[in-house]
Structures are given as structure tokens and as C-alpha cells.
Design a protein around this ligand. Structure first.
Ligand code: NDP
Length: 452
């Protein structure tokens, strides 16, 4: 039978969301093509989660060497080689690019290298080629957004930080979101002097206030200079480095100035308007709960839609969109219990509403908190505390939110996210036996309500 279109689904962007949607659609019998102009795997694999976590591991060694003495070890002189780290990281990413290519081709998906733009709601242009498809999925992700600061061209963004030519000794980071906080820990752990400049009174807006304050304290103990309620007014050249003039009049010199002031949807010049796709004020694609855009046959998933800009969310949205298009029923995602972690030093992780959000939504809530020195640091001598918090709705006794700052927070909260997703009550938490000695057992042994 002749097909009305060249493909059933054309995906623009082979990042986390686009790749998952392509594979699921192909498994459901669709003829699928995906276009990628840059690198397979998108932000997460190339300039996001994966290389970031590898750099975080690298940064943790300095602490481990220092902590070893309390356990009887004498560690010889250590030296860090930035270029070796970057080369090893690049080799791993090249391997992952190959894995993504095989995943797609083994699923029967056609890969087209090049920039794709829309000519109309069913036609895509790639170079001089025109391809038609019944459905189109926009999964082009986001890109670092620079603030309007004089001299911003002297600074770098997180994409460039992953390929910087040499280990900087003095680093200034602007922005108090995930990226700013994570890179502050990375560069400090690798031995640089680090200053983080943030316009608000405390960083990580949106996270639980106790967690934000606890992390600020730990970062200061590690020697990171936090300059809150401060803006960078101007950046200029200073010797081989840069100088940032701050709103309070002071200035700081740096070898590297990283702007981590957010990311914006990559929608510019895609031809979305010609196809009837609408954008919001920030340039992100507007979608309904099934990731369908204003154009009936065009869907969009991941960072380009600016919902929860996290890899596992993009993957889940990609799967749901493919099932909506080619499966038996339309699938919408539940965004209520999305856990996330900041891979700071120490890391923090969270699932469910913060105390402030829960109070605004439910009125009275019960709070359980714990702050303690982890067992490991009784011998290492490191002055570090772990912080945990549970937010409970008293009428139903349901645990709404779990928040933690401390070693392995991401690993611990991932497990608790299942309990929260299942609607576990505080009584069920209390009935759970702990694993001793762990930090995580504290989550099932907190009995004292914090004063409100
Ligand atoms: P975020 O949106 O998280 O944070 C941006 C930060 O920059 C905020 O502190 C914001 O301040 C500040 N800012 C914004 N505009 C300006 C400006 N014009 N001048 C000065 N400061 C400004 O963005 P990130 O770049 O940190 O990260 C982008 C996204 O990537 C995140 O939203 C997250 O979804 C994802 N990500 C997730 C990670 C993870 O899961 N571990 C890791 C890294 C990224 P204010 O709070 O006042 O608005």
C-alpha cells in the first residue's frame, strides 16, 4: 500500500526525549526518522548530567584524600590533571554517542544528520531535502541563556565549561540554580578559589528553605565564597583573565567567569509559526497534558516545552507522546512526585512539596527534621552535617515531601520517591525498620515534631 507520507513520525532532536519517543514509536510499528544537527544524546549526554556527574566524582577525591588520615592512611602528594580528566570524559561521551546511534538504528529508526526546520505542519526541510510525516515531534531542548551584562562575551556558559582548555585557579560563577551550585562544588573540589554570585538572598529558589540554608553553610565551610543579593554589573578584561564589577561596588578577578543564569528553549528559526505551533512569552513550545502543540499532529517534549527540565521527565514525556500517537490510548504524565537532586558538595535531593509550598496548599502541616554529623566524619574530623526533613499532612497522615542534604542524597531520595508515589503515611514510615548504621535510617526514626 502506498503511504501518504514518507514517515509516520519525524522527530527533530536526538536528545533524551527525542530518542525515547523514536524508539517507542518504532516498537509500536511506526516508520520513524530523527534529525540531529549536533550530537546524539543531546544535552544530558554531551554537556549536562553525564559529564557533570563525572566531574563531580573527580572533585570528590580531594575530600577523600583529606579525610583518609583519620582512618590511619597516609596519602602521598596528589596532583590533578585537568586535561586527563577532560580527555577521559570525552572518550566516555564518544562511546555513549555510539550507544545512542546503535539504539536508534537497531530499533529501525532512520538518523539524519543536519538541522531540520518545518516548512508546514507535515513537511520538514533538512538542507535541500524535503521529507513529509504524519506526526512531527519537536524535541530540540534548550541552550544557555546569557543575562544582559556588559562584557558577557568574556564569560563562558556551562557548554564551554565542559571543554575549557586549562584548570582555572580563580573561578567566578554567576547564578544560583542547579548549574551554578554544581559547578561551584566541582571547581572548588578540583582546587580552585570559587566565588558564587547570586542576585537573590539565598540560592536554589524553589527548594526547601532549610535545605538551601544548610547547603549554603556547608559550601562556606568548604571555602566557597557566596555573595548573595549581588549582581554583576560589568565584565571586563584584566590581564589574562577577567574582572567582574559587582552591584555593591566591589570587583573580583577571575581566570574563568561562568554564567549559569538559566537556559532557554531552542525554538528560534525552526519554522514553528508556519506550522501553527504557538510559543509562550519565554519562547517555549506550548503543549497540552499529552504534549500536543497547537498544531494537532505536532507534539513537543523535554526542555523545549519548559515544564520540568529534567532528563527523566523528558524521557517519560517522549514515551507518553509516542504512546499517544501510536498506542492504544492517550497517556498524560503525573508531575506531582518528580524527584530531583543537585549534585553539590554535599549533594541534596528532594521529592514532593517544600514546607512553604505544603503550608500554602494544605494549611497546617507537621514537620520532622534531623541534623547530625555523619558517622564517617567522627573519624575523618570533617565538620560536615547531614540534614533531613519530612513534611506530613496531618489529616491523612500522608508524607508529602522528603528533603535531604548529605552524602548519597540522590540515591536515598530516589528510593523514598517510590513510597511517596504510593501515598505512604508517616505511620508506614515509622513501621519501617531501618538499616543500621546508615544515614537513610533517620528517615524512618524521626519521631519528634519540629515546633511550627
Ligand atoms: P536555573 O533556572 O535553575 O537557575 C538560574 C539561576 O540564575 C537562578 O539562580 C536565577 O536567579 C539566576 N538568574 C536568572 N537570570 C538572571 C539574570 N539575568 N541575572 C542574574 N541572575 C539570573 O538554571 P540553570 O542554568 O542552573 O539550569 C538550567 C536547568 O537545567 C534547570 O532548571 C534544571 O532543570 C536543569 N538542570 C538540572 C540538573 C539536575 O537535575 N541536577 C543539573 C543542571 C541543570 P533567580 O532564582 O532569582 O531567578
Amino acid at each position: 500500500m502506498a503511504h501518504a507520507y514518507d514517515y509516520d513520525l519525524f522527530v527533530i532532536g536526538a536528545g533524551s526525549g527525542g530518542v525515547r519517543a523514536s524508539r517507542v514509536a518504532a516498537q509500536l510499528g511506526a516508520r520513524v526518522a530523527v534529525a540531529e544537527e549536533r550530537y546524539l544524546g543531546g544535552t544530558c549526554v554531551n554537556v549536562g548530567c553525564i559529564p557533570k556527574k563525572l566531574l563531580v566524582y573527580a572533585a570528590e577525591f580531594s575530600e577523600a584524600f583529606a579525610d583518609a588520615a583519620g582512618f590511619g592512611w597516609t596519602v602521598g602528594a596528589s596532583r590533578f590533571d585537568w586535561n586527563a580528566l577532560i580527555a577521559n570524559k570525552d572518550a566516555e561521551i564518544a562511546r555513549l554517542n555510539g550507544v545512542y546511534e546503535r539504539l536508534l538504528s537497531n530499533a529501525g529508526v532512520t538518523i539524519m544528520n543536519g538541522r531540520a526546520t518545518l516548512a508546514d505542519a507535515h513537511t520538514v526541510k533538512i538542507g535541500s531535502r524535503r521529507v513529509t510525516a504524519k506526526y512531527i515531534l519537536i524535541a530540540v531542548g534548550g541552550w544557555p541563556a546569557a543575562p544582559r551584562v556588559a562584557g558577557a562575551e568574556l564569560a563562558i556558559d556551562s557548554n564551554q565549561a565542559f571543554h575549557w582548555r586549562a584548570m582555572p585557579q580563580r573561578v567566578v560563577i554567576v547564578g544560583g540554580g542547579y548549574i551554578g551550585v554544581e559547578f561551584a562544588g566541582i571547581f572548588r573540589g578540583l582546587g580552585a578559589q570559587v566565588t558564587l554570585v547570586h542576585r537573590g538572598g539565598l540560592f536554589l529558589r524553589g527548594f526547601d528553605d532549610d535545605l538551601r540554608a544548610a547547603l549554603a553553610e556547608e559550601m562556606r565551610k568548604r571555602g566557597i565564597v557566596l555573595r548573595f543579593a549581588t549582581e554583576v554589573e560589568r565584565i571586563h578584561r584584566s590581564g589574562a583573565g577577567v574582572r567582574a564589577t559587582l552591584s555593591e561596588g566591589a570587583s573580583i578577578d577571575a581566570d574563568l567567569l561562568l554564567l549559569a543564569t538559566g537556559r532557554a528553549a531552542n525554538t528560534c528559526g525552526l519554522g514553528l509559526e508556519t506550522a501553527g505551533v504557538t510559543l509562550d512569552g519565554a519562547g517555549a513550545v506550548v503543549v497540552d497534558r499529552y504534549s500536543r502543540t497547537a498544531a494537532e499532529n505536532i507534539f513537543a517534549v523535554g526542555d523545549v516545552t519548559n515544564r520540568r527540565n529534567l532528563t527523566p521527565v523528558a524521557i517519560a514525556e517522549g514515551r507518553a507522546a509516542a504512546e499517544t500517537m501510536f498506542g492504544r490510548r492517550a497517556v498524560a504524565l503525573d508531575y506531582d512526585h518528580v524527584p530531583s537532586a543537585v549534585f553539590s558538595h554535599p549533594p541534596l535531593a528532594t521529592v514532593g512539596p517544600t514546607e512553604a509550598e505544603a503550608r500554602a496548599r494544605f494549611g497546617a502541616v507537621e514537620i520532622y527534621k534531623s541534623s547530625f554529623r555523619p558517622l564517617k566524619h567522627t573519624l575523618s574530623g570533617r565538620d560536615e552535617r547531614t540534614f533531613m526533613k519530612l513534611v506530613v499532612e496531618p489529616n491523612s497522615d500522608r508524607v508529602l515531601g522528603c528533603h535531604m542534604m548529605g552524602a548519597d542524597a540522590g540515591e536515598i531520595i530516589q528510593g523514598l520517591a517510590v513510597a511517596i508515589q504510593c501515598g505512604a503515611t508517616k505511620e508506614r514510615f515509622d513501621a519501617t525498620i531501618g538499616i543500621h548504621p546508615t544515614a537513610a535510617e533517620e528517615f524512618v526514626t524521626m519521631r519528634e515534631k519540629a515546633a511550627s
